[in-house]
Design a protein around this ligand. Sequence first.
Ligand code: FPP
Length: 252
Amino acid sequence: MSQRADTALAPDPVAQTPDRGPKHVAIIMDGNGRWAQARGRPRLFGHHAGAKRVREVVECCPALGVKYLTIFAFSTENWKRTQVEVAGLMSLFRRYISKEMKALSQRNVRVRFIGDRVRLDKKLVGLMDQLEQETSCNDGTHLTIALNYGGRDEVARATKRLARDVAEGRLNPDDVDEETLPKYLDTHVLPDPDLVIRTSGEARISNFLLWQSAYAEYEFIDTLWPDFSAEELKRLCDAYGQRDRRFGAVKP
Ligand code: FPP
C-alpha cells in the first residue's frame, strides 16, 4: 500500500485544514484552580498542568489552519491572588520560557508578549525579550502570550501614547479614527481574533482583548483548561466554520 493511501485510511484527528476555520483563536485558559482542587492538590498544581496543555494546543494549530493563537496567561487583576500563587505563577512563566524556548524555535513558532511589563520582575522580562528575539524570524504559528494584560489597561496605555503624539505635533486630532487607535495597542501587528474561547464554564470575557474582539465569535465551554485538548479545539474550529459572520451587514 502506498504511503498516501495508508495516510488516507488513518487520518490524524486534527489533520484537515478547514478553509472556513478561524485564522486567529484567542483563549481564556480558565479552571486550573478547580481542576487541582478536585484532585485535592494546591492551585499551583493546576497551573502546572495547564502549562502542559499550552504545548499541545500550540502544536495542533498548523493542522487546523490557525495562524495566530493568543492566550491569556496572567491578567492585570490576577495580582489580587495570594502572594504564594502569584509568585508560583511568575516562577512557572520563567520556567516555561526557559524550557520551551528551543522547541518553540524549532517548530517555527513566533512568540510575542502583550501586556504591561513594568510590574514584572526583571529576570522574567529578560526571558520574554529573549524568547521574542529568538523566534523573531519564524513565520509559522504566531503565539501571543498575554502577561500582566488587561484590555482596559491596554487602551489606557495606548491613549496615553496617542495623546503624547498629538501634544508633540505628530498626530492631528482630526485624523483620529477607528484605524488610528489600534496602531497604539499592544496587538498592533496582529489581526483581530476570529474566535475567542473560554474554558471552565464561566461566560465572561474578563477584560481580554476588549477592542480587538468587537466582532469575534465566542465559545464558552465547560472543560477545565488542564483537560482541554487538540480534539476539542478542532471541534470548536469546525463549529466556527459553520457560523455566518456578517459584521453588522445583511446578506445580499
Ligand atoms: C485561570 O485559572 C488561569 C490562570 C490565571 C493562569 C493561566 C496560566 C496557565 C494556564 C499556566 C501556563 C501558561 C503559560 C503561558 C506557561 P484559575 O486559576 O482562575 O482557575 P479557577 O477559576 O478554577 O480558580
